[in-house]
Design a protein around this ligand. Structure first.
Ligand SMILES: [Zn+2]
Length: 544
C-alpha cells in the first residue's frame, strides 16, 4: 500500500508548520496565493495524479479563490464535506516578534526569553511544552491540515464514503469565500452525483469563559447580524440650537436602548447569546463646522440562535420607535420651556420604506444611480457604503427628516443548528465515548459554536420570509454583498464542528494543544467518518 505522507503526528506537525508559513492574512497577496499552494501539495498524492479533475480552484472575489478536492468512491453517493478557512487575522500584536508569527517552532522557542510578557496561563502552557504558538496554528490551519491528512488516508485506504475537502478565504472578514462556495457545492453535487450527509467544519475549540479548559464539539453555529441606523436630523447654526435637531442627540436615545438590550438576547437549549453592543457611532460629516451635525450613524452587533433577520428587524424597529418617542418628548419639553417652536417629530422608517419613497419621487433610475456612485468609492467598505447609500437617499428626501432610518449592514451570519439530527447525535455520542475510552478525554457538546463560522451558510432553515427583510434593508444587497439564500436552502444536511483545542485565537499567544491536535482529534474524526460510512444503511437517505 502507498505510504501515507501525513499519517503520523510528526508528519501532521510538519504539514501544519508549512501551512502556517504560507502567510495568508485576510485581504493580502498571501491569501490569494494560498489555495494554489495547497493544490500543488495535494497534486503530489497519487489519487489526485490519477484524478486531476477532482481538484479545482474556484473564483471567490477580489482575485481570491477557494479550493475543492474530492475523493470519490465509485460505489457510494454519501459524502462528507470537510470545511476550513485558510485566511488568518493579522499579526501586528506580535510587535518585534512579528517575523516569527508564521514560524511556530521558532516562535515557541523564542517565547521562553519573553516569559515576563506572557499571561500566567500562557507561561504555564509554554513551560509544559504541550503547546505550539503561532498565527493560524489554532485558527484554523490545523483544521485544514487534519482534513488533508484524512483525505489522503481515505484515498489510499479506499474508505467507502466520499470526502469533499473545501477550503475558503475571507472567513475572518466577510466570508465571501464560503458564500461563493455554496453554489459550487450544488454544482459538484450534480456533477459527481453526491449525496451530502454532513457538513463537517474543523474550527478550533473556543473557551466558553476565561480559563475554560474543556474540550467541545459543536452541533451548530451562532448567528450574527448588524442592525444599523442612519440618524438624519435638521441642521441649524450653533447660535440657534432649537431650530434644528442634531443627529447625535437622536442617536443617543437609540444607542442607550440598543446596548445590552435583553430583548435581543436569546436562550436556546441552555445556551445564551451575548448581549448586543454598539460597534460604531459616528458623524457622517467629513470636516469641522459650526453648522450642527445632522447626519450620523450607528452600528450594533446582535447575536442570534433561532431568530431570523425579519424577527430582529421587528424588535429593532420597536426599540427605535420607543427611542424616537422619548427623543420627541424631551425635545418638546425643552421647546416649551424656551418658548420655541419644534421643527417636527423624529420618525422611524426602514430602508425599504425610504427606498420606495425615493423611487416614487424620482424613479428607479435615480436610486440606482445613487447606489452606483456610492459603490464607485473604493475607499469605503460595505458598512460605510450601506450608510452612505441611505444618507444619499435621505439628502434627496428631506421631507422625511428628522428620521431614524433602519438598515442592515453586512455581514450577516445566519444561525444554524443540527442538535436534533440523528446523525449528529450519533456522531457526538461516538466521539464522547471514544474520547473517554482512548484518551480519557471528556468531551462536551455545545449547540452553537460561539466563534462565528462558515457553517452559517449551509443547511439554511427558513420558510423564505425571514431573509427577505435582510435583502430589502441591506442597501448594498446585490451589488457588493449577497448571500445565496436560495442555494443554501438546497444544501440540506446537518452541520457539525470538530476541531483541535487551542487558546487565545486572534491574540499574540495563539497556541495549539499538540497532543489534542496531532493525535486525539484526527483519530476521533477518522473513527467518526468510518462509523458514518459503516452505518449509512441504517440512516434514512434524504434525496435532495
Ligand atoms: Zn476560524
Amino acid at each position: 500500500m502507498e505510504q501515507l505522507r501525513w499519517g503520523t503526528p510528526e508528519a501532521l506537525r510538519g504539514l501544519l508548520c508549512e501551512l502556517v508559513s504560507w502567510h495568508s492574512m485576510t485581504l493580502t497577496e498571501g491569501e490569494r496565493e494560498f489555495p494554489g499552494k495547497v493544490e500543488t501539495k495535494l497534486k503530489e498524492l497519487q489519487y489526485f495524479r490519477d484524478n486531476p479533475s477532482n481538484l479545482k480552484l474556484n473564483e471567490a472575489d477580489l482575485g481570491r479563490r477557494f479550493l475543492t478536492a474530492l475523493y470519490r468512491h465509485k460505489d457510494v453517493k454519501d459524502t462528507i464535506v470537510l470545511i476550513s478557512h485558510f485566511d488568518t487575522v493579522n499579526t501586528e500584536e506580535y510587535g518585534d516578534l512579528e517575523p516569527y508569527a508564521y514560524q511556530p517552532e521558532a516562535l515557541t522557542k523564542l517565547l521562553f526569553d519573553r516569559m515576563d510578557e506572557l499571561t500566567r496561563d500562557a507561561q504555564v502552557d509554554l513551560l509544559s511544552s504541550q503547546y505550539l504558538f503561532g498565527r493560524g496554528t489554532m485558527d484554523m490551519k490545523m483544521g485544514l491540515a487534519m482534513h488533508m491528512g484524512l483525505l489522503e488516508k481515505a484515498a489510499v485506504e479506499k474508505w467507502p464514503i466520499n470526502l469533499l475537502l473545501l477550503t475558503v478565504p475571507d472567513e475572518e472578514v466577510n466570508s465571501s469565500g464560503m458564500r461563493a462556495a455554496v453554489t459550487k457545492l450544488l454544482d459538484l453535487k450534480e456533477e459527481h452525483q453526491l449525496d451530502y450527509k454532513l457538513f463537517l467544519n474543523g474550527e478550533p475549540v473556543f473557551t466558553q469563559e476565561p480559563g475554560d479548559r474543556s474540550y467541545y464539539v459543536y452541533s451548530g453555529s451562532i448567528g450574527k447580524i448588524m442592525p444599523s441606523a442612519l440618524f438624519y436630523g435638521k441642521e441649524t447654526h450653533v447660535g440657534e440650537p432649537l431650530s434644528g435637531i442634531t443627529a447625535p442627540y437622536i442617536a443617543s436615545f437609540l444607542t442607550q436602548r440598543m446596548e445590552w438590550n435583553m430583548n435581543l438576547q436569546e436562550n436556546v437549549m441552555g445556551e445564551t447569546t451575548p448581549l448586543p453592543v454598539t460597534l460604531q457611532q459616528k458623524d457622517l460629516r467629513l470636516e469641522y463646522s459650526v453648522q450642527t451635525p445632522y447626519r450620523s450613524a450607528a452600528l450594533y452587533n446582535v447575536f442570534l440562535m433561532k431568530r431570523t433577520a425579519e424577527e430582529i428587524m421587528e424588535i429593532f424597529e420597536k426599540i427605535a420607535q420607543d427611542a424616537a418617542r422619548a427623543c420627541n418628548q424631551s425635545y418638546k419639553d425643552v421647546c416649551l420651556k424656551q418658548s420655541a417652536t419644534p421643527i417636527g417629530e423624529v420618525r422611524v422608517l426602514r430602508f425599504e420604506d425610504l427606498q420606495r419613497h425615493a423611487i416614487r419621487k424620482f424613479g428607479l433610475d435615480l436610486v440606482e444611480k445613487v447606489k452606483v456612485e456610492v459603490q464607485a468609492n473604493s475607499n469605503w467598505d460595505d458598512r460605510e457604503k450601506s450608510l452612505r447609500i441611505a444618507d444619499s437617499l435621505m439628502i434627496e428626501c428631506q421631507e422625511l427628516a428628522p428620521a431614524i432610518v433602519l438598515i442592515y449592514a453586512p455581514p450577516y451570519y445566519p444561525a444554524v443548528n443540527s442538535s436534533h439530527e440523528d446523525l449528529v447525535k450519533k456522531c457526538v455520542q461516538y466521539v464522547q465515548e471514544e474520547g473517554l475510552k482512548k484518551f480519557a478525554l471528556p468531551i462536551k457538546q455545545v449547540h452553537y459554536f460561539n466563534g462565528i463560522s462558515d457553517l452559517s451558510y449551509l443547511n439554511y432553515q427558513d420558510n423564505g420570509k425571514g431573509w427577505t427583510a435582510f435583502k430589502a434593508n441591506t442597501p448594498v444587497w446585490g451589488s457588493s454583498y449577497t448571500i445565496p439564500f436560495d442555494a443554501m436552502v438546497k444544501l440540506q444536511a446537518p452541520v457539525l464542528n470538530v476541531g483541535p483545542f487551542g487558546k487565545d485565537a486572534h491574540k499574540r499567544t495563539e497556541r495549539l494543544h499538540m497532543k489534542n491536535a496531532f493525535e486525539e482529534v484526527p483519530f476521533l474524526v477518522e473513527g467518526m467518518i468510518k462509523m458514518i460510512a459503516a452505518s449509512r444503511s441504517q440512516i434514512p437517505s434524504n434525496s435532495n
